[in-house]
Ligand binder design. Structure first.
Ligand code: GBH
Length: 452
């Protein structure tokens, strides 16, 4: 199998999930710190206080990236680490940490891919209304400007937001994620509009400060699987995938149509017509900034476009005892393949996979190694799907595995392991799993030894 010569092989992490040092060196609290402090929301009361201690061990971690041969590393900046109150005063110690990390990555020859926001919202801004506040997009733009000024010389590509569907839907509607709100639909639509405006203003802020850079964002792309591979079923699944049918704004189009096409989707506008927030003149132009790539995260697709139902369903189609990851997520590379095809028809940009992977029941074996054949097999299947799309002309420019390390898996705490690198949280010892060694070879051969 051959991948394009300049294909970027990478891995992803997020600040809150790995850094630790939650209350050190002037960092302000984020909504996730506060959510964890409650003690009753996250598995066994786990917190992000120490996590992988990456804040102190970043050099060792960069060395490990080098050992694997990673070509790119996607990480996120903790907003309250660099701006403890989310706006105003800047925390120099926080900026220094990312300075060291970026220098270390550049020295190691690893391209930094920087996400501005991966869910750890400054608590101080939350107390002022957070994403409901009409000023929220200006706060975010100021934060983006700071990062662009300080780090723009070294960041290879920027992503404004990670999975807006999740921190808005799960965090502000379902109440499952921090900050744990259960807003009305009317309010939720306000938060979404402000996040979209934030995205646009941040792109402007970065663009005006960094002449030679690439900018995108990283929504989750929820794919609905076709019931069969017939053209008709594929079309039906695709229609569902691009429709606005969920009641938590977890859809693709509500977020992507404004960003890539400059308008909200018709079906959503109709659905929410009586409760839409005011959309001011010029808002859609701000949101619709030119981007350099289409990034997306995807794991499993639980839903099918079942012809008998007006909505996607998980009823009836799936097999008893089918393979699933440790989280219970289905293994659906075919949906991934279709997603790549659909996205390339949907917008004319190179595609970057910013997250894909699985949790697995990994531990250090008697022989000292960590054997994770399930992860290797899953990654292999998704890379086959990626390659199939590429060979049909889909311009995929890179692939980031989630995650470089085992880390704080949100509500599941440390109980779900997603890493290429095993972390012993008692000792902070890192061990490359078999999958890391396998991935090292995939990278070294540019995918050449994968089974087609
Ligand atoms: C991402 O969210 C996050 O960006 C990252 O921080 C996190 O650690 C990682 O994934 C792993 O969770 O019902 O079987 O179809 C992932 C969010 C996960 C939402 C999969 C939809 C569908 C599973 N998505 N989920 S299934």
């Amino acid at each position: 199998m051959t991948f394009p010569d300049d294909f970027m092989w990478g891995a992803s992490t997020a600040a809150f999930q790995i850094e630790g040092a939650a209350y050190e060196d002037g960092k302000g609290p984020s909504v996730w710190d506060v959510f964890c402090e409650r003690g009753d929301r996250v598995f066994e009361g786990h917190t992000g206080n120490i996590a992988c201690d990456h804040y102190h061990r970043w050099q060792e971690d960069v060395n490990l990236m080098k050992e694997i041969g990673l070509q790119s590393y996607r990480f996120s900046v903790s907003w309250p680490r660099v701006m403890p109150d989310g706006k105003g005063a800047v925390n120099q110690a926080g900026l220094d940490f990312y300075d060291r990390l970026l220098d270390g990555l550049c020295d190691a020859g690893v391209k930094p891919l920087c996400t501005l926001f991966h869910w750890d919202y400054p608590q101080a801004l939350f107390q002022q209304g957070g994403w409901l506040n009409d000023e929220s997009s200006n706060w975010f733009a100021d934060y983006a400007a700071l990062l662009a000024e300080k780090f723009g010389d070294r960041v290879h590509a920027w992503m404004t937001f990670n999975e807006p569907q999740l921190f808005i839907g799960s965090g502000h509607k379902a109440g499952a994620f921090a900050p744990g709100l259960r807003l009305s639909m009317r309010e939720l639509l306000v938060t979404a509009h402000n996040v979209l405006l934030s995205h646009g203003k941040a792109v402007q802020a970065i663009r005006s400060r960094c002449s030679d850079t690439q900018i995108g964002w990283a929504p989750v792309f929820h794919a609905i699987q076709p019931e069969s591979e017939s053209a008709e079923d594929i079309q039906k699944a695709r229609d569902f995938t691009f429709s606005t049918w969920r009641d938590d704004l977890g859809d693709n189009s509500w977020w992507c149509d404004p960003v890539y096409h400059g308008h909200y989707p018709e079906d959503g506008l109709k659905r929410w017509e009586n409760i839409l927030p005011p959309i001011k003149d010029g808002d859609m132009e701000i949101i619709h900034q030119p981007l350099d790539f289409f990034a997306f995260n995807q794991y499993a697709s639980a839903l099918y476009a079942d012809s008998a139902h007006g909505e996607p369903t998980d009823r009836g189609v799936r097999g008893v005892g089918r393979p699933r990851t440790a989280f219970g997520w289905d293994i659906t590379p075919q949906a991934f393949y279709h997603s790549l095809k659909w996205i390339s028809d949907y917008c004319d940009l190179p595609i970057l996979v910013t997250e894909n992977g699985c949790s697995n029941v990994d531990w250090v074996s008697l022989d000292g190694a960590v054997h994770d054949p399930q992860r290797i097999d899953l990654l292999h299947r998704y890379l086959q799907a990626t390659h199939e799309a590429i060979s049909e002309g889909v311009p995929v420019i890179g692939y980031c595995q989630w995650s470089l390390f085992d880390n704080f898996e949100w509500l599941a705490g440390y109980s779900q392991r997603f890493g290429l690198i095993h972390v012993d949280y008692e000792t902070q010892k890192r061990t490359l799993k078999d999958s890391a060694l396998w991935y090292k070879n995939v990278i070294a051969t540019n995918g050449g030894e994968l089974i087609p």
